[in-house]
Design a protein around this ligand. Structure first.
Ligand SMILES: Nc1ncnc2c1ncn2[C@@H]1O[C@H](COP(=O)(O)OP(=O)(O)OP(=O)(O)O)[C@@H](O)[C@H]1O
Ligand SMILES: Nc1nc2c(c(=O)[nH]1)N=C(CO)CN2
Length: 230
């Protein structure tokens, strides 16, 4: 994903949530001072791989076979803990540090890449935990324009950002264990974020000319008005 393609969708997200662009940029710039450029050779081998993008819905526990069968497992936030507790190795974590930052620290110490996201509402977490991460295993990300070592491969929530990351680095196919868009256990803000995650995955499957099974039966109801799709 090039930033020029992402930018109009990011504008729509900013409008919808009322986020301040300069807030995202300030924390991005702070993250840039705490990290160095990530060596992409340290990523798992995404090129052509069958990738499982694990979300943190309660359904993940029942979906773990999908992850076990994948070539590469990328997991968002607390999905990492569920996978590892069940003996499923995670090849890359994607997080904004708001739930299980200790897991992110542990992974970088083990030599597993962690894509750490800066946004306008996680500055204290970035400042507290990024210095604890092993720098060579830390891939700094932003949803705003990329700057210095901080990259933007597209994506908004940890889970859809994980899918955009796998896509950016050449994934052959994507499956989605642990994704439940209509999850009655989540609060209203999370529900709105999941609606965006769903839109973004729809955009991604269209860009890739792939059909994500997780969207089957849902496509007709997705609001695509902010997406650059016909
Ligand atoms: N029902 C669900 N509940 C929570 N997350 C889900 C669900 N379905 C899919 N996901 C994906 O799993 C990711 C990780 O969820 P988790 O609740 O651990 O993260 P989070 O740190 O609150 O995520 P974010 O900061 O991106 O909102 C979410 O970012 C989302 O993309
Ligand atoms: N500014 C801002 N950006 C975000 C936020 C958020 O709360 N504020 N939450 C995200 C995923 O939870 C992703 N991006």
């Amino acid at each position: 994903m090039r930033y020029s393609d992402w930018s109009p969708v990011y504008d729509a997200i900013l409008r919808d949530f009322g986020y301040d662009r300069t807030g995202d940029e300030r924390v991005r710039d702070r993250l840039a001072t705490l990290t160095t450029s990530f060596d992409h050779d340290r990523l798992p081998l995404f090129e052509g791989a069958a990738v499982a993008v694990c979300g943190a819905a309660p359904s993940l526990a029942d979906d773990l076979d999908l992850a076990r069968r994948a070539d590469v497992v990328v997991a968002a936030s607390t999905a990492v803990d569920t996978c590892r507790d069940a003996g499923v190795a995670v090849d890359c974590m994607v997080t904004d540090l708001d739930k299980n930052p200790e897991t992110a620290v542990e992974l970088t110490r083990e030599g597993t890449p962690v894509a750490v996201h800066a946004h306008g509402d996680n500055r204290p977490l970035v400042e507290a935990y990024v210095p604890e991460l092993v720098d060579e295993w830390t891939l700094p990300t932003t949803q705003a324009e990329p700057v210095g070592p901080v990259e933007n491969v597209g994506g908004f929530t940890d889970g859809d950002r994980a899918a955009f990351l796998a896509d950016h680095f050449g994934a052959g196919s994507l499956v989605f264990p642990g994704w439940t868009f209509d999850d009655p256990t989540v609060d209203a803000e999370k529900r709105r974020k999941l609606a965006w995650a769903e839109r973004l995955l729809y955009w991604l499957e269209r860009r890739r000319d792939e059909r994500f099974v997780v969207l089957d039966g849902r496509r007709d109801a997705i609001d695509t008005s902010a997406l650059p799709v016909e």
